[in-house]
Design a protein around this ligand. Structure first.
Ligand code: MN
Length: 289
């Protein structure tokens, strides 16, 4: 059975004690099993406090982030690539200290609009670094997964098929992280990418086409849930939604969160928890028929 989770940015844009409490208590109250922590600033996160808080509320934890241009493991500039690798090592260590099991997201490239395609050299540097980071993560009980995001957020890969080929060039295990919001932009449909990712699929984000309430946009969740069920997928399934009502300095500009799609985090979260669990359960009931 998959653990059903929620991104902490549904509840808070700040990760001091008060923000963390809002997120962890909010996730637990809404009925989730897991909380995903944005790990943009590991230096300023009280990891022991975070781990204890998450444990106290009976949740599992994962961590995610997007890299920035000055800390880019796929850079052809060796000092920027090294800064990216050392930052990712810190992220992995801090995530392990928080009790997280997975580090995912855009961990291979700056999460930003690029103005030219990635070069073969950039691809190769990123693949070699990801292999080393995967071994570092494994020693700390962390699994890495690369999130497949749309063309406006990376130029390394935008589909499950591209990510699968990219990971063929990484010499240690790294999973594929699919997100329905991005799939809805780039993929041919919501079923075949799950088949393409195959056993490499280790992490899932559930987001609506406008990143608001599930079921109020254009994402074909029925096909996606059938695909997860057909594959017996049992990794995390994590709801992600962003509104200008909860402002996170790191994410607002990068993701273009200009609209207020909701203002009641608790209502949005309870709705998403019910929607995802019902969708997965419904897909399963029809499987043998
Ligand atoms: Mn995502």
């Amino acid at each position: 059975m998959s653990l059903i989770g929620i991104h902490a940015a549904v509840f808070t844009g700040t990760f001091d004690a008060a923000g963390l409490e809002r997120a962890v208590i909010g996730a637990a109250r809404a009925g989730f099993d897991l909380i995903e922590l944005p790990m943009f600033d590991p230096d300023n996160l009280d990891t022991a406090f975070t781990r204890d808080l998450i444990q106290e509320h009976g949740l599992h934890a994962t961590a995610s982030l997007g890299l920035t241009a000055d800390r880019n493991i796929s850079s052809a500039n060796p000092s920027i690539a090294a800064a990216g690798e050392s930052f990712m090592s810190e992220v992995i260590d801090a995530s392990a200290e928080c009790g997280a099991t997975d580090v995912c997201g855009v961990i291979y490239s700056p999460m930003a609009k690029h103005m030219q395609p990635a070069t073969p050299e950039e691809i190769a540097v990123g693949q070699a670094t990801l292999g080393r980071l995967s071994r570092h993560a494994a020693q700390r009980g962390i699994a890495l997964a690369v999130e497949v995001v749309n063309r406006y957020e990376t130029n390394i890969f935008n589909t499950a098929a591209q990510a699968d080929r990219y990971l063929d060039g990484v010499d240690a295990p790294v999973g594929i992280h699919l997100d329905t919001y991005h799939m809805n932009i780039e993929e041919p449909d919501m079923f075949s990418p799950v088949v393409t990712a195959g056993e490499r699929l280790t992490y899932v984000h559930i987001g609506e086409s406008h990143r608001g309430y599930l079921g109020s946009g254009t994402v074909d969740f029925t096909s996606f849930f059938h695909a997860l069920d057909a594959r017996n997928y049992d990794g995390p399934v994590v709801f992600e939604s962003f509104s200008s009502a909860v402002v996170s300095a790191d994410l607002t500009g990068t993701l273009g969160i200009w609209r207020n799609l909701w203002s009641d985090s608790a209502d949005l979260a309870a709705h998403a928890n019910a929607y995802i669990r019902a969708g997965l359960a419904s897909a399963h009931t029809i499987r043998e028929h």
